[in-house]
Design a protein around this ligand. Sequence first.
Ligand code: DX5
Ligand code: ZN
Length: 217
Amino acid sequence: MKKTTISASLLASDLSDIKSAALRCEQAGVDMIHYDVMDGVFVEQITFGASVLKGLKRSTHLPVDVHLMVDNPTKQIEFFAEAGADSITLHVESSCDIPKCLERIHEREMKAAVAIKPATPASAALDFISQCDMILVMTVEPGYGGQSFMADMMPKVAEIRRYADENGFPELDIQVDGGIGADTADIAKAAGANVLVAGTSLFKSDDMRGLCSLLKG
Ligand code: DX5
Ligand code: ZN
């Protein structure tokens, strides 16, 4: 089994002070920051964009993984590259030329990933596996933090892990996002996920460090 990486979703932090939130993550042993970008079109809410990330990058050493929940990600790739993003995930359900966007993300020296919503089959992500460093299987409907983990997404995680192993992509990272905490992390890991996004559980915990090492297992 691959080593587990913990990515903290800032969405559940005090958004007026994400600099302190990132510092808290760093001190707690979190591996990565998960930066949820919502445009009010692909999902209902609007969060933050590349200009806010630029400020954040000046104040954290942690890599920042950008989860683009936007209808048209193409232009955003350039903005986030300039802002210092370390990796970008785009949804296969969004309106863009996915292979071209993944190629551009790599050209800008970032890691590239595709995400699938709960109703989207694993095959829709597997179509792009040769261009992906990571595949994100959403374990909630994108749009809001604090929702319940959908265990019925685990067969998709297992299918992707099996396909990756059998087809020469043993290094593929599989990320799960939504409802991850002490009670669900093991289910996701057993299915083959190795990058766990946690927002609510981490930021609501009074022992972030303890929870972080528990999630890593
Ligand atoms: C949901 C976001 C998630 C979310 C995870 O649309 O993509 O990253 O913030 O948060 P929790 O851990 O609260 O489910
Ligand atoms: Zn996310």
